[in-house]
Design a protein. Structure first.
Length: 245
């Protein structure tokens, strides 16, 4: 159900008209999310997640580290716990704090407000609605808005879901049989089979047709706007990928 990944190549740094410091004109980051779901199990002193460079020739160099306190209360998709982001050398970059259902305030390492990120949940009734993210920089301007999954992708997903659940029931039965036979490895293979819902998300503002942030799959984000503070972009990527955990 996901669109195929593309090889995004980073481009040269350009100054942004607002929201400094700006991200490069176009770069790709990778945000692994396995440790986000188990942040209370992370070894003290280690980062919860690492924002890495992605794309040809980048070799996954770290751009920032995400830190979620181990004793942070368990959150959910409507309210993630507060977290901080530091640079490769430990310098504070930003802090993200929940202030309401799906609303997060982002501050710079010096405590200056950078902007607000909002998540509006999806629903099926009384009419379908996709999850929507918005990024509003403190400096003003139209917010960047992105809806998770395209309308066509969700339509196809809903239409083939009955077939998927039938296949899932068959695979689950096979997994249970392998487990009874003592083949735990085969049982895990059967249980791991799943269909991921549409995730392609493109953030853009109402006054600019260009895509500012794009997520397709593989926990990779293309940052394409020199106007967007990279600290806001990192915060949005972390919150968005947390939904995928």
């Amino acid at each position: 159900m996901n669109h195929s990944s593309q090889e995004w190549a980073p481009q040269a740094q350009q100054p942004g008209p607002y929201g400094r410091p700006a991200a490069p004109a176009e770069t790709v980051i990778h945000v692994p999310n396995k440790r986000l779901r188990r942040y209370d199990k992370v070894v003290p002193g280690e980062p919860t997640a690492t924002v890495q460079q992605a794309g040809p020739g980048t070799q996954g160099q770290p751009l920032a580290y995400v830190h979620v306190p181990q004793d942070a209360p368990k959150g959910n998709r409507r309210e993630r716990p507060a977290f901080t982001v530091t640079g490769p050398n430990g310098e504070p970059l930003s802090s993200v704090r929940p202030v309401g259902s799906g609303v997060y305030e982002v501050y710079g390492g010096d405590g200056v407000p950078l902007g607000r990120i909002t998540r509006r949940g999806g629903r099926t009734l009384p009419w379908p609605r996709r999850v929507r993210w918005s990024v509003q920089p403190t400096q003003g301007g139209a917010p960047l808005v992105g809806e998770v999954g395209t309308g066509k992708a969700w339509t196809v997903f809903v239409l083939i879901s009955p077939i998927y659940f039938l296949c899932w029931a068959v695979m689950a039965a096979q997994g249970a049989l392998w487990l009874l036979l003592g083949e735990k490895g085969e049982a895990k293979k059967e249980a791991a089979w799943e269909m991921e819902p549409p995730t392609w998300t493109r953030w853009r503002s109402a006054d600019a047709p260009e895509v500012a942030i794009e997520y397709q799959t593989g926990r990779k984000y293309r940052l394409a706007s020199p106007r967007l503070d990279h600290r806001l972009a990192y915060a949005q990527a972390v919150l968005h990928v947390w939904d995928r955990a």
